[in-house]
Design a protein around this ligand. Structure first.
Ligand code: ADP
Length: 567
């Protein structure tokens, strides 16, 4: 129990003590006065009886007061003084004095305690009537100084007070002890319960051994232990759930009926491109995509399910499923990121479209020429030779195209043969293959690098990379131009192929690695280009774990930088 409560009890006990003592004191004072009243009354009665037999009342009274401090006054039926033992000259009326007035009004006894103006002392006055045939004849008043009996009564009162106080002290002690005992379990258990609420994972133990409250304390201990176990298990499973949710490749979020975001896993945040997802705040602070917001607003107990594929503002394709849970009044959202799948689908579609388009041109040409030959053109030897040359070119083009498509279909999963090559020799060999074109265009080729540099790589991938880059440099160089090939070892192999040809515009530079992408379609086709060369280069560089970038300016030339890590 709190100190204030004890103080309250103490105050109450003290008030009762003071109140009761006041009552006892008054009662005691009354008793003492009553005793003296009776005593004085009996004395007055005696005087009356004595005066009736022989001597006069005045004589008896005067004799009596000689060795007593009492004062006797005799008054007539109207309250006028007949005689007074203290002052025989005293006269006048005393009818207004309360004790006399009471008797005059018919009372058999009048009494009062007051200061006597004559004696200058506090006196107890008692007046009784003297009657004859029922008629008031005179009044006798006896007065005694209260100092005669009050001091001894005061001492008695002090003794009673001491005993009474002692009794109350013991009683208060017992009451407070009982209160303390009654409150002890509350005082012991309350702080433990408060700690349990604050730190539910820590079990709290009550160490006190009280036979009276043993069972209660044991039960609280058990409860605390069970609560800490339950809390720990709950925290662990919650942690597991959160880890699982954050590891999921699916986006998950929960919104309550007030539109507050209760949960959003990392994947969902990433899908929305929003990495701050304040929980317990309006979901619109995190979800800003209008399509998704509309879907969320549409869902309720009447339309508890919805499923849509949406395109977000950050170019993501999300497959969203929203479900309304009636009992919890919450919306659960699940989102699959279909961006990559949709991209691949588009790439595949574009690729098939491009392949068929690219194949169609030489095939149509071949069919056309064969038909013209069969229709009689074969009989003209000049036309025959010219047509056969065109047909051969188309056939080569077809072969080239098919070969590159096959090359593109090679994937990282294939177990390529690894071998150590002399880099200089590989470049020399490739250049030899292109000698006719180089001579035809009168190009100057410079090959720079350590002729003894060896590099371990997958030849099936390495050769097409170099070949395609060199072929492009030759194709897009101007006649009599220069081509520079430089290679060196730098945590792997670095090399670049530089030409001073037509160059590529900045906007085109990101697209040239796409399949079938050609900056100038007509020119590229004329040069035998398929638009697949750089796509193959990029694929193969990535399979080898390397990187490629282009540095080019329109009309100045292009440099393709390649880095391949050590195997
Ligand atoms: P292609 O078979 O048409 O050369 P690539 O994939 O090798 O196809 O190249 C794609 C496009 O990039 C080419 O059509 C050409 O426009 C541009 N390109 C590639 N290399 C160069 C270069 N060295 N100089 C200028 N343009 C180039």
């Amino acid at each position: 129990m709190k100190k204030q409560n004890y103080l309250g009890w103490l105050l109450l006990l003290f008030t009762i003590f003071i109140g009761s003592w006041q009552f006892i004191r008054n009662f005691y004072d009354q008793q003492v006065l009553m005793q003296h009243e009776t005593y004085l009354q009996q004395k007055a009665d005696l005087f009356i009886r004595l005066s009736a037999s022989d001597q006069s009342l005045e004589t008896i009274a005067k004799q009596y007061v000689i060795d007593s401090e009492e004062r006797i006054t005799s008054l007539d039926e109207k309250g006028n003084i007949l005689f007074d033992t203290y002052d025989s000259t005293l006269s006048g009326t005393r009818s207004k004095r309360p004790e006399v007035n009471a008797v005059l009004k018919g009372s058999s006894l009048g009494r009062a305690v007051r200061m006597s103006p004559t004696l200058h002392k506090e006196l107890l006055y008692v007046a009784i009537p003297i009657k004859e045939d029922g008629q008031l004849k005179a009044i006798i008043r006896i007065a005694e100084p209260t100092a005669n009996f009050l001091p001894s009564a005061q001492r008695m009162k002090q003794a009673i007070f001491l005993v009474y106080s002692f009794f109350w002290l013991i009683l208060s002690g017992i009451i407070l002890q009982i209160l303390r005992r009654r409150n002890r379990p509350v005082e012991t258990i309350l702080p433990v319960i408060k700690k349990m609420i604050k730190h539910p994972d820590n079990p709290e133990i009550i160490m006190q051994s009280s036979p009276q409250w043993k069972e209660l304390y044991q039960s609280v201990n058990l409860l605390s232990e069970q609560m800490s176990h339950t809390y720990q298990a709950y925290s662990a499973s919650e942690k597991r759930l959160y880890t699982l949710l954050n590891e999921l490749m699916i986006g998950v979020f929960i919104i309550d009926e007030d539109g507050k975001l209760l949960l959003m896993n990392a994947t969902m945040q990433e899908q929305l491109g929003n990495f701050a997802a304040p929980l317990q705040r309006s979901f619109t602070e995190t979800i800003t995509d209008t399509q998704l917001i509309q879907m969320i607003y549409q869902i309720n107990d009447k339309h508890p399910f919805t499923h849509e594929e949406i395109q977000t503002t950050n170019e993501r394709v999300l497959d969203i499923t929203l479900r309304y849970f009636e009992e919890a009044k919450q919306i659960l959202g699940v989102s699959y990121d279909l961006t990559r799948i949709r991209q691949l689908e588009k790439l595949q579609k574009d690729f098939v479209g491009n392949v068929s388009h690219e194949l169609k041109t030489p095939v149509t040409s071949l069919i056309g020429f064969t038909e013209t030959l069969l229709d009689g053109a074969k009989d003209n030897p000049e036309t025959l030779t010219a047509f056969l040359k065109i047909m051969q070119k188309d056939a080569y083009r077809l072969e080239n195209l098919i070969q590159e498509i096959i090359q593109l279909s090679k994937s990282a999963d294939i177990d390529y043969h690894i071998q150590t090559i002399n880099v200089d020799q590989v470049f020399q060999q490739i250049l030899t293959d292109y000698t006719p074109v180089i001579e035809e265009k009168q190009l100057t080729i410079t090959l720079e690098g350590d002729t003894n540099l060896f590099f371990t790589t997958k030849m099936e991938l390495f050769t097409p990379i170099c070949k395609n880059l060199i072929e492009n440099a030759i194709n897009y160089s101007l006649p009599q131009g220069e081509i520079k090939i430089h290679f060196a070892e730098k945590s792997g192999l670095v090399f670049y192929v530089q030409d001073f040809g037509i160059g590529i515009e900045k906007e085109e530079q990101v697209r040239i690695f796409e399949r079938f992408y050609r900056v100038d379609k007509a020119r590229a086709r004329n040069s035998g280009g398929t638009g697949l060369g750089l796509a193959i280069v990029k694929d193969y560089v990535e399979i080898l774990g390397g990187s490629i970038h282009v540095d080019s300016h329109l009309g100045v030339g292009s440099t393709f930088h390649v880095f391949l890590p050590m195997n």
